[in-house]
Ligand binder design. Structure first.
Ligand SMILES: *[C@@H]1O[C@H](CO)[C@@H](O)[C@H](O)[C@H]1NC(C)=O
Length: 454
């Protein structure tokens, strides 16, 4: 009925239609020539317009067009494996993925997963549950439903929530639909803590104090004619209680940071702890493990019904080698004791992860991991000219946010990309803050709010 009406209308207004088509084509050509200019030649004065140019949608595609395009692209990547055919059938019938909550834990590799969800959400025209202010849900406060910005006009529900928060399940459930899939990412606790310490040395009060103590010790040593210098992390671990204040919530990341992010008691074990952990196990459909990242992504794809080709990634928010500290055995033991709850948490979910992998089938898993790696390699070759590029050599759009204690590296894209490739590649390497503000702008038609300074 509607179709008939549309075609009738179209026929009646065919001249106008022709003119409109012509105008749209001209507009698209104009956009294409604009974005074909190599990124490096663009002036980087006005942020907003820069974002818009490089991030403009190649074409306004509807859900339907988008999916048929995907179906077409998929045929070139299907393999001869018999187990792949159900997946392709499923994809032809593919429904949008379920609503997703990704608990973005600190310094675990979660920016890479967030970028993947940003890209997925943008393709699916998902509605993001964004923070009312900036790009975090009032971290380190516990999440509250009121921290979320309003539903944009025309949306009936949120689809993706993946900004930094300290978890409160009951509050998140007030915001997200019932059929939401909950996922998070954990990393080996000692490496996580080392990364947290390094990245937040000048923001977490306990770490600031340790840094001051380290500077003072170095000065005293120098006055005595010694060049020996202990790192701030070593000083901190010698007596963490001296620097850490259990009553100060901004010290949350200074002990068991992953437990803290998951909303668990991160200060000390008590009788409620195992029960709290069991509730998390029940709530989360998948806890990914950074040390088995590709395996995690394959399980994620299966959970969301997203084909492997859409899970390609490059590692984001990676520190320069020079920023990675090394510890001696004694230091490692102290680190382990200080973060014992994180170790319990990690070991628990690591075991669960392998149980999930067994259920999925180890052979199938390793075959699909290989498939994912091949797809990822293809995409990296297509997009990336240079990786591990220091921030000074990157332009604003793709330069990761820096702390003054760690150097975060980025990617330089190839310059010979066509418009569609460029749109894809820029997103692939786009740092968290830039992508966040781009999507926010796209969803609300205004810039992200900054936190008011009262
Ligand atoms: C354990 O700690 C949590 C969080 O601090 C608290 O809510 C709970 O009451 C404690 N349980 C016991 C048995 O002390």
């Amino acid at each position: 009925m509607t179709l008939w009406w549309v075609s009738h209308r179209l026929w009646r207004h065919r001249v106008t239609g022709l003119l409109v088509t012509l105008a749209v084509t001209l507009l698209l050509m104009l956009l294409a020539t604009q974005s074909l200019q190599p990124l490096s030649q663009k002036p980087v004065v006005e942020k907003r317009t820069e974002h818009d140019k490089a991030l403009i949608r190649p074409k306004p595609t509807s859900h339907k067009e988008e999916r048929s395009r995907r179906k077409g692209g998929e045929s070139s990547t299907t393999t001869d494996s018999p187990e792949d055919s159900p997946a392709s059938t499923a994809e032809r019938m593919r429904r949008p993925p379920p609503p997703i909550v990704f608990l973005k834990t600190h310094k675990t590799g979660s920016s890479t997963v967030q970028n993947l969800l940003f890209r997925l959400g943008e393709r699916e025209q998902a509605t993001f549950a964004f923070p009312y202010y900036t790009y975090q849900f009032s971290y380190p406060d516990r999440f509250r439903a009121e921290f979320v910005d309003e539903l944009p006009e025309g949306s009936s529900q949120f689809h993706i929530l993946c900004s930094h928060m300290r978890l409160d399940l009951a509050q998140v459930r007030q915001v997200m639909p019932q059929n939401t899939v909950y996922i998070t990412l954990l990393r080996e606790p000692l490496r996580t803590f080392e990364a947290v310490f390094n990245y937040y040395t000048s923001t977490v009060p306990a770490f600031i104090k340790a840094q001051k103590a380290a500077d003072a010790a170095a000065q005293a040593a120098a006055a005595a004619g010694s060049l020996k210098r202990k790192s701030a992390l070593t000083i901190f671990l010698e007596d963490p209680e001296a620097y850490w204040d259990p009553k100060d919530i901004t010290d949350g990341l200074a002990k068991n940071p992953m437990c803290f992010d998951m909303g668990l008691n991160s200060q000390q074990w008590n009788r409620s702890w195992p029960g709290d952990l069991a509730r998390l196990e029940e709530a989360f459909h998948l806890v990914m493990i950074a040390e088995h990242f590709d395996e995690s992504l394959v399980l994620l794809g299966a959970l969301l019904g997203v084909p492997l080709e859409e899970l390609v990634y490059v590692r984001l928010n990676v520190r320069s080698e020079l920023s990675v500290a090394t510890l001696d055995q004694a230091g490692k033991e102290k680190l382990s004791a200080w973060n014992a709850l994180d170790t319990l948490l990690y070991d628990f979910f690591l075991q669960l992860f392998w149980e999930k992998a067994d259920m999925y089938g180890r052979q199938r898993l390793s075959r699909e991991v290989a498939q994912l790696r091949r797809a990822t390699e293809r995409v990296r070759k297509m997009c990336v000219a240079r990786e591990g590029v220091p921030p000074g050599e990157l332009e604003d759009l793709v330069r990761p946010w820096q702390t003054n204690t760690a150097t975060i590296m980025g990617y330089q894209l190839r310059t010979n990309l066509n418009q569609r490739e460029q749109g894809f590649c820029v997103r692939l390497v786009l740092p968290e803050l830039q992508y966040h503000s781009h999507l926010y702008f796209q969803q609300y038609g205004r810039d992200m709010r900054s936190v008011p300074t009262d």
